[in-house]
Structures are given as structure tokens and as C-alpha cells.
Design a protein around this ligand. Structure first.
Ligand SMILES: [Cu+2]
Length: 157
């Protein structure tokens, strides 16, 4: 009798983090992701962790999937969470700054297409250092399910 050998295949899911950059004082972008949308939805949020070795700021963002891209913050105002555009998001040297649901985020507005889970969305991020020198990083953000990080079905940025 021959025994049947089973070959176990180990599938390793590598984190797909793509960075394209060249400058020296490099801002690190970790785990960029975008909340998926449903048909007809015109806006969503992009989230990530940013870390800069020297004082810098995120000053602009752009993406081919959205006609308008802004940097937003969320604040409690009269008991309500409100979001508003900010000119820049400060990145203190060596400190990780998190863009996450309910907090800072990159707002993608006037979307040109629905964003489906599993797709990737190119995001261009522009940083400025203390001397005013600008640096642009391009990352690929993973589209995650609409409800990721939220408490219900309602989109929450
Ligand atoms: Cu927003």
C-alpha cells in the first residue's frame, strides 16, 4: 500500500506597501488604505501612518480617483463630530502621526469611480520640511471594506 503524502502549502500574504521616492530625509508611509464606496457615493477617506525623521508637514495630497483631495481633521464641536479641511498636518520629528477613522484623514471628494475592496488607489502625498523644501511620495492605498473601522453601515470618515 502506498501512503498518500500531502504537501502543505504555506501561503504568505505579504503586506503590499509600495513606496516610490528618492529624497534623503524620507517620510515613512505605513499601511495606507482607503475606505471602499458604494455606487453613487462621492466621497471617502484615506488613512495611513506617517513618520518623518525631521520636523515636516503633510501639505497636499492628490489621487487620480478623486477630483478634489483635502487634508481633514475631526473635532468635537457642540457635542458633534465635525470635519474640516486643514492647510497642513504637522509631523513632529520621529513621532508617528496616525490618520485614522474619526481623526485626521485624507479626504477624497468628487470621486470619478466607485472604489471596490481589494483594489489599490494611487495617492500622491506632498510633504514640506522646515526649510520649505517639498517632497512628493507616491503610495498605493489598499481599498478596504466600507465598514472597516466604523461602527455601523453609515460611512464614517
Ligand atoms: Cu473629511
Amino acid at each position: 500500500m502506498m501512503s498518500i503524502r500531502t504537501t502543505a502549502t504555506l501561503v504568505l500574504a505579504a503586506a503590499s506597501l509600495t513606496l516610490t521616492a528618492s529624497a534623503s530625509a524620507q517620510v515613512t508611509v505605513t499601511d495606507p488604505w482607503v475606505r471602499g464606496t458604494v455606487a453613487g457615493q462621492k466621497a471617502t477617506g484615506a488613512f495611513m501612518q506617517l513618520k518623518s525623521p525631521a520636523d515636516a508637514a503633510l501639505v497636499a495630497a492628490a489621487s487620480p480617483v478623486a477630483k478634489i483631495v483635502e487634508i481633514h481633521e475631526m473635532k468635537m464641536e457642540g457635542g458633534m463630530m465635525k470635519m474640516s479641511a486643514i492647510e497642513k498636518l504637522a509631523l513632529p520629528a520621529g513621532k508617528a502621526v496616525e490618520l485614522k477613522p474619526g481623526s485626521y484623514h485624507v479626504m477624497l471628494m468628487d470621486l470619478v469611480q466607485p472604489l471596490k475592496e481589494g483594489e489599490t488607489v494611487p495617492l500622491k502625498l506632498t510633504f514640506e520640511d522646515k526649510a520649505g523644501k517639498k517632497q512628493t511620495l507616491e503610495v498605493k492605498a489598499q481599498v478596504k471594506a466600507l465598514t472597516t473601522g466604523g461602527t455601523g453601515a453609515a460611512p464614517k470618515y
